[in-house]
Structures are given as C-alpha cells and as structure tokens.
Write a protein that binds this ligand. Structure first.
Ligand code: ATP
Ligand code: ZN
Length: 303
C-alpha cells in the first residue's frame, strides 16, 4: 500500500469520507462539511468588498448552452450527459427485463436536454451576455456549482463530482488582467490564512487528443493559466487547489459579450477547488479541527 492510498484509507477509516463503490464519487461527513462551510464563508469574506453578483447553480446545465460553449471540442473525455426513460409500458417491461438479465439497458434511455456542468463559470457567461452590453466597470460574479468530470481516480483529490467556487471577471482586457493579477495575490494571501504550504506555477488544461497537445503548449506559452498547488497526496506531486485563468475573448466571442466601448469582452476567473482545499486542511492540520492552529480556526469562523 503506497502513501497515497494511506491518506485515502485514513480518510475512510476516520469516517470523513463515505465510499460509494465508484472511484472519485464520495460522500462526506459532518466534520468535512463544517470545514467546507468555513472555507466558503472565508472565500465570501475575501471577495465581499468588490460586491460581486452571487450566482449558485445545480450540477447541470442546458444542453444547448453546453453545446455552444465549445466544451466538446476540447474536453470530450470529461463530459457527462443526462439520460432518462421516456417509453411506454411495453418499453418499461423490456427495460426491466434487460436489467434483470444484466444486459445493457442504457441504450434505450433518451437525452434529457441536460448536461452535467464541467466548470462553474460556464453557467455565468450566457446569462451575462443576454443582458446586453456591459457597463463601463464590466462585471464581477461569485459563482458556485457542483461540477462533473469523468476522471475516475484513487487520489482522494481527484473526484468526478466536486464543488467549484469562482470569482469571474468580465470586461475589457485591462480590467480582466488587473483582476487576475490581483486574485493571484489574494489567493496566496488567502491560503496563507489557512497556514498551508503552496507554490504557484504556470499550467495547462488537459485538452483532448493530438491537437490538444498543441493547445496545451500554446496555453502555457501565453501564461493563460496559473495554478496554486498544495502537497496533499503523499508520494505524488502537489495538487492544484486554486486556478487563475485568462480566457482572452474566447467566451466573449462565443456568447457575444460586449464592453461599453463596443469591443468584445474578455474574461478571467479565479477558481477554488473546494473539496481539494478541505483535504489539504485535513492533510496538514490533522483530522480534528479542534486541534488546529488558532489563526486557522479564526479564518474558518470556528472560534
Ligand atoms: P487538474 O490540473 O488537477 O486536473 P484542472 O486544471 O483541470 O485540475 P480547473 O479546470 O482549473 O482544474 O478547475 C478549477 C479547480 O477545480 C482546480 O483548481 C481544482 O482545485 C478543482 N478541480 C478540478 N478538477 C477536480 C477534480 N477532478 N476533483 C476535485 N477538484 C477538482
Ligand atoms: Zn472558470
């Protein structure tokens, strides 16, 4: 058993996580959620002065929105679609028969016009776009959503369904770049208040296929993505717990978002991987929050 499995098995043994029988799909107990809620509040406090518009979403989005977002071009391997039974009594009977015989019963399911959200900020852009041109200050959103990525793993930090919290900036190039530079600093200051070790590095998204390699290289060369990495899984490299992404005009072009001066809007986001942050806290401060440093407990509102 390697060290990584040890951290994972300790989490289960302590009752912090509940297994479901599927890699990367886990339940969490009250202690885990208490830390999660403390982190959510601390992130809210860290961004409150900028008066973001708050948006919270269910774990799925409209299929039409998903299609237009272009996600399938770059990350088809991660996407999860939602399907339902839409048949009559006869079809129902056949379905139960297939299930009982251990046959493939999914082939008769039909699309539900819903796709699981791959990233929280994908829900924001069409909503902002349909309001018309931005004001001179652009826009700032605080968004949270469950996200799905089909990347089953034994690493506790790599889940298939996890919660992503993001600050999303939409505006001119200058506004968006200033936002990202600012949140790269504030993100580090935030993790300092959690007393966690970290490094910040240029990164790339896991684009699909042969063309994906070129896209990843180009993303790195242009410094479009940075990650704040924290050692969490023993025996493995550090884990991306925050990411700072600059999309240039990708979403502005996709959704027709326009600045007050008529130029295509740019976007950037600062994303917090919520479960990863909780796991980092458990890894570095121990499994009982009562024993954590006073400053950390204060940040989380535990005292
Ligand atoms: P990684 O490089 O680890 O695959 P990513 O670069 O794909 O992550 P982003 O697309 O930037 O991640 O997602 C924003 C944040 O969501 C990440 O910084 C991370 O904290 C969190 N996250 C991403 N994938 C997962 C996952 N499978 N399980 C838990 N959290 C995740
Ligand atoms: Zn984002």
């Amino acid at each position: 058993m390697d060290m990584q499995t040890t951290f994972r098995s300790r989490l289960y043994a302590a009752g912090l996580l509940f297994p479901t029988g599927v890699d990367g799909l886990v339940g969490r107990n009250g202690v885990f959620e208490q830390i999660f809620t403390g982190l959510e509040s601390a992130i809210t406090r860290a961004g409150l002065a900028d008066r973001p518009e708050v948006m919270r979403f269910p774990p799925a989005m409209s299929q039409k929105t998903f299609e237009r977002s272009g996600y399938m071009k770059n990350f088809p391997h991660f996407a999860g679609t939602v399907h339902c039974f839409c048949g009559d009594d006869k079809a129902h009977h056949q379905l139960l028969g297939k299930m009982a015989r251990g046959e493939d019963w999914l082939e008769s399911q039909e699309g539900a016009d819903i796709v699981l959200s791959p990233a929280a900020c994908y829900q924001v852009y069409p909503i902002v776009a349909q309001r018309g041109a931005l004001g001179p200050d652009g826009h700032l959103v605080d968004v949270q959503s469950y996200c799905f990525r089909h990347e089953p793993s034994l690493e506790p930090t790599r889940m298939q369904l996890f919660r992503m919290r993001e600050y999303v900036r939409i505006g001119t190039e200058a506004q968006v770049l200033a936002f990202r530079a600012d949140w790269m600093e504030r993100g580090q200051a935030f993790v300092d208040t959690l007393h966690l070790p970290y490094e910040v590095e240029v990164a790339n998204d896991p684009f699909f296929g042969r063309a994906g390699k070129l896209m990843a290289d180009s993303q790195r060369m242009q410094n479009l993505k940075f990650e704040l990495l924290i050692p969490v899984n023993d025996g493995a490299g550090p884990t991306a717990c925050l990411s700072f992404n600059y999309h240039q005009t990708y979403f502005g072009d996709t959704w027709g978002m326009v600045n007050a001066d008529g130029t295509v809007a740019q976007t950037a986001c600062c994303a917090f991987g919520m479960e990863r942050l909780v796991l980092a806290m458990l890894r570095h401060h121990g499994f009982d929050p009562a024993d954590w440093p006073a400053g950390v407990k204060q940040t989380l509102g535990f005292e």
